[in-house]
Design a binder for this molecule. Structure first.
Ligand SMILES: [Fe+2]
Ligand SMILES: [Fe+2]
Length: 284
């Protein structure tokens, strides 16, 4: 199946994962910066199960708050607009994609562990480099590969071919997608993110996280998550990933080099954070 056929099928797919109505409405509301916070709270309160999940999330090690937050209003005042949206997007996307079962060689829990690792790494790089807001980097990292979930569900045969070719040739997943001429997970994911009305920064990160060398992305978030993804892939022992000064995106290179040089001092703590965040997700 070639790229055009894949695009056609996804366009017509009624089985694309959906976000809860409340999350969609919230995303729509947040596109208007003047939406009063009261209105957001009122909207979220319509979905109590989401409120509970948000509170659980903001009280978890994901957010690292000092004091426990017990109600939504408090959470909103304490966390502010962007963090609230990140929290809602995080809980609803995890929910939307979690139910999808393993298919063949695709293990959904491995997928989420990878996503969490990139989220934690992204947040850390963001904090250290101050290139982008840290929590936004967390959400962007968590969502960067969502296209793979659609890919494996809608095109299991294509997915298996990619995995087999990737193993045989010892190259990256993305490189294999390009060689095979299939519609890449970056584009499938950004298509889904658009449908979900996620903020532009997330759409761009999902779309551009593999496009770091040569062509500039104009998105420091996509560049940063690209680096985080590369580091995590190296950590996981996946072939085809390299990170050298020479292939860092120019816009973030200087600050990133400083942080990466110092990685021996921060890596153990980041690894622990990854494990903690992974445990949170496992409790579902
Ligand atoms: Fe990716
Ligand atoms: Fe990735």
């Amino acid at each position: 199946m070639n790229r055009q056929q894949m695009i056609k099928k996804v366009e017509s797919l009624s089985t694309l994962p959906t976000l809860p109505v409340v999350a969609m409405e919230l995303n729509r509301m947040l596109q208007d910066v003047d939406t009063p916070i009261e209105q957001l709270v009122a909207l979220l309160e319509r979905d109590q199960s989401m409120v509970l999940k948000i509170l659980r999330l903001v009280n978890s090690s994901f957010f690292g708050l000092k004091n426990r937050v017990t109600n939504l209003r408090h959470a909103v005042t304490l966390l502010g607009y962007t963090t609230l949206q990140n929290a809602v997007v995080t809980v609803s996307v995890i929910d939307a994609l979690k139910l999808k079962k393993d298919i063949g060689q695709f293990d959904i829990s491995t997928f989420w562990l990878h996503s969490i690792a990139v989220a934690v790494m992204g947040r850390h790089l963001a904090t250290r480099t101050k290139l982008v807001p840290a929590e936004e980097a967390f959400t962007a990292g968590l969502l960067h590969d969502i296209g793979k979930v659609v890919l494996v569900n809608a095109f299991p045969d294509v997915f298996i071919r990619i995995i087999e070719t990737k193993h045989a040739e010892q190259v990256t997943f993305y490189k294999t997608e390009q060689t095979l001429g299939s519609w890449p997970h970056t584009r499938i994911g950004s298509h889904l993110a658009k449908r979900w009305m996620l903020p532009d920064v997330l759409i761009e990160t999902i779309r551009d996280h593999h496009q770091r060398t040569g062509s500039a992305t104009d998105s420091p978030m996509a560049d940063l998550i690209g680096v985080a993804d590369c580091l995590v892939n190296i950590m996981e022992g996946n072939p085809g990933y390299r990170l050298e000064g020479g292939n860092l995106p120019p816009a973030i290179k200087d600050r990133m080099v400083v942080v990466l040089k110092d990685s021996a001092s921060w890596f153990p703590a980041v690894k622990t954070e990854m494990v903690n965040a992974g445990n949170f997700l496992k409790q579902g």
